[in-house]
Design a protein around this ligand. Sequence first.
Ligand code: FAD
Length: 446
Amino acid sequence: MAKFTYDVVIIGSGASGTTVAFEAQAAGLKVAIVEERSWGGTCVLRGCDPKKVLVGAREARNLSTRLRGKGIKQAATISWTDLMAFKETFVENVPESRLENFQEAGIETFFGAASFQDSHSLQVGDDLIQANKIVIATGATPSTLKVEGQEYIQTSDDFLSLEKLPDSVVFIGGGYISFEFASIALAAGREVHIIHHNSEPLKKFDSDFVAALVTHMKEEGIHFHFDTDITKVENKGEKLHIHGKDGFSLQTDLIIGATGRKPNIAHLSLENANIDYTKKGIIVNEKLQTTNNPHIYACGDVAATKGAPLTPVVSMEAAFVAKNVIGGDEKMIYPAIPSVVFTSPKLASIGISAEEAKAHPEKYQIKNHDTTNWYTYKRTNEQIALAKIIEDRESGQIKGAHFLSEEADYMINYVAILMKANLTLADLQSVIFAYPSPASDLTALN
Ligand code: FAD
C-alpha cells in the first residue's frame, strides 16, 4: 500500500470540492483531491448546466409558439437527438479538462472511492492518504422510491442522457427537477404526467404562484396526479404500468423518479473517524466543521447545513471552508438565497414568504402585482406574469420577492442585489435602466 501525506485532502470534485481545492492550493498548501465517478460533479455533468441547455431549446420552441400568427409563421419543433448532441458538447470534455486543471495547478488527484481509516487518513483503492485537514464534499445522488418494480424507475441522471425521448413520460415527485423536466418533455411534444404523493408541490415556493403555475402547466397539457401514492411498477413489455393506492393506474414508456436526493455518505466509513450524520447529511457547526473533529470539514450537498442544495450556495460554503482550512476562523453567514424553477413560465423566490409576512402585518407589507398586461410580457405574448414584493414597513427595504414569468430568473437576481445593498424600490427612482427591458419595470413594482 502506497502512503501519501498532504496538508489538506478534499473528497469530491463537484462545485464545492473544486472551490476548496483551488483556494487551498493558491494559499500554498499541499493539496490532494479524490473523485470516485467523473471529475466535475453534479452541476456541470448531470445537473444545472446540461439541464439549462435543454431549457434553451424549450424557450425557443415556446416563444415561437406564443408568437405564431403574430409575426411567426411556424412554431419551432424540438429534435431530441440534435438537442442531446448539443448538450453533450457542454458535458463531454468537462472531466478531462477539470482533471487537467487540477494537475496544472499542482493539486494531486486520486481516482476511486475514499473511505476513512481514522480521523487523519483515507483509503482510496490501494493508496493510504494522510492529511492534517480533510474536507468532505461528496454531494448527493437521487433517492430511489422503495416500491415493487423500483428497478423500472430511472433518475434525473438518466433523463439528462436519454438517447431517445419516448412518447410518454411520467415524473414522480413534486420538486423542481420533476417540474423542469416535465416542461422540457412537453415542449418536445410528449405526453407528460407528474405524480406527487401530496397536494403541495414546490413547497419552498410561493403557494399562490405554484397554484398559478400548475394551472398553466395543466392548460398546456401536463397531467398532474396529486395525493397519489405509488405502490408498484410493472414492466409489461410494451409499456410500464404504474399502480397506486385507491385503484390508481397509468401506463407509460418511461418513468423518472425525482423524489429527493440523499447525501453521499455510504462509502465514507464515517464511523472510523467518529463523524456524526443524519439522513440529511453530515452534521456541521457554523464553521462547517464536523462535530467531533475540528480538522474535518463538510460542505455542499453532503452537509446538513442551513444552505439550500444549490450550486452558488455550495460554492459559497466551500469558499468559507477554504478560508478556515487556510487558517481562518470564519462562521458561515448566508445571504438571501434566490432560487428558480426553470419551468415555462419560471418561478422564482428570495427571502421571506408571503405566509411569514402575513403572520407579522405590523412589520411587513406585501405588494401584489399582476404584470401580465405590462408591455414587457405582452410583447412576447406571455400568458401569465406575476410579482409579489415583501417590504419592511419601517425601512421600505425588500425582505422577500416572488416572481412567475419567463423573466423571473432575471428579476430575482435584481432583487438579490437590492437586498444585499439594503436598497428600497424607491431608491431605484434615481437609477436609469435601459428601456424597454425587464429591469426597467422594477421601479413600477413600488
Ligand atoms: P457534487 O457536485 O455532487 O460533487 C460531489 C462529488 O463527490 C461527485 O462527483 C461524486 O462522484 C464524488 N464522491 C461521492 N462520494 C465519494 C467518495 N466516497 N469518494 C470520492 N468521491 C466521491 N443547482 C442550482 O443552483 N441551479 C440549478 O438549476 C440546479 N439544477 C439541478 C438539476 C439537477 C437535475 C440536479 C440533480 C441538481 C441541480 N442543482 C442545481 C443542484 C446542484 O447541482 C448541486 O447543489 C451541486 O452540484 C452540489 O455540488 P457538490 O459539490 O456539493 O456535490
